[in-house]
Design a binder for this molecule. Structure first.
Ligand SMILES: *Cc1c(COP(=O)(O)O)cnc(C)c1O
Length: 218
């Protein structure tokens, strides 16, 4: 069923996006060898964290409201979806209360759709130039994340990933020069992960290809 997993190049991490799926289903994926799971609702993530094996690395991949950070701050491994300066500041506060450093990716708005979250390239560059993020002792920015347009137009998808990849490379040489922790580029989902990998992705977030279609009705 998951033959595609064998085709993922070394150096590209797989996040199994398990949102809406039961702990039993996740446990099966765990038993088959997967260890990194992604969720997009704080309370759902906490419930699963409590029930499932403690060596799972839990990633948060959805839009995060500041008043919900506290639920996931004690254990989350990576927040992919930091889409505003305020959110980063609040994550820092909650991480400080837990006395742990939370790794974060800055989410860029690369898609045509209005509905998606994230910094524009301009806003991000303005924000980074303030160096405000350097004062946060409890968050570590380790890279960028983006979601491509939901379309069958592969050229558009490739262009969006390429734009993100170029920004990532530029930041590695400028703002984050010498910072070896700034090394992750989270892009690619079930429909477009192959394009994403060919454009330099280091983390792919795969839901339906692993777990099948999601049922939001329950
Ligand atoms: C749901 C989700 C995924 C996985 O989507 P699939 O198309 O099922 O692979 C990846 N990233 C984010 C941010 C998601 O919300």
């Amino acid at each position: 069923m998951n033959d595609f997993i064998k085709t993922i190049p070394e150096g590209v991490k797989l996040v199994a996006v398990s949102k809406t799926h039961s702990c039993e289903i996740i446990q099966q994926a765990y038993d088959s060898g997967l260890r990194i799971f992604g969720e997009n609702k704080p309370q759902e993530l906490v419930r699963k964290y409590r029930k499932l094996p403690k060596d799972i690395e839990w990633h948060f991949v959805g839009h995060l409201q500041t008043n919900k950070i506290k639920y996931i701050a004690p254990f989350v491994s990576l927040i992919h979806s930091v889409d505003s300066p305020k959110l980063l500041a609040e994550i820092n506060k909650e991480a400080a209360k837990q006395n742990r450093i939370i790794k974060c990716l800055l989410q860029l708005h690369i898609a045509k759709e209005e509905s998606k979250f994230g910094f524009t390239i301009n806003d991000l560059q303005k924000y980074l130039s303030t160096k405000e993020f350097l004062q946060y002792a409890f968050v570590k920015i380790v890279g960028l994340m983006g979601i491509a347009s939901f379309t069958s137009d592969e050229i558009l998808i490739r262009n969006e990933f390429r734009t993100l990849g170029k920004l990532f490379d530029r930041l590695k040489e400028t703002t984050f020069a010498g910072d070896l922790d700034f090394c992750e580029l989270s892009m690619g989902m079930s429909n477009d992960y192959e394009i994403a990998i060919s454009e330099g992705s280091t983390i792919i977030r795969i839901g339906s290809l692993i777990f099948g279609e999601r049922d939001y009705s329950n």
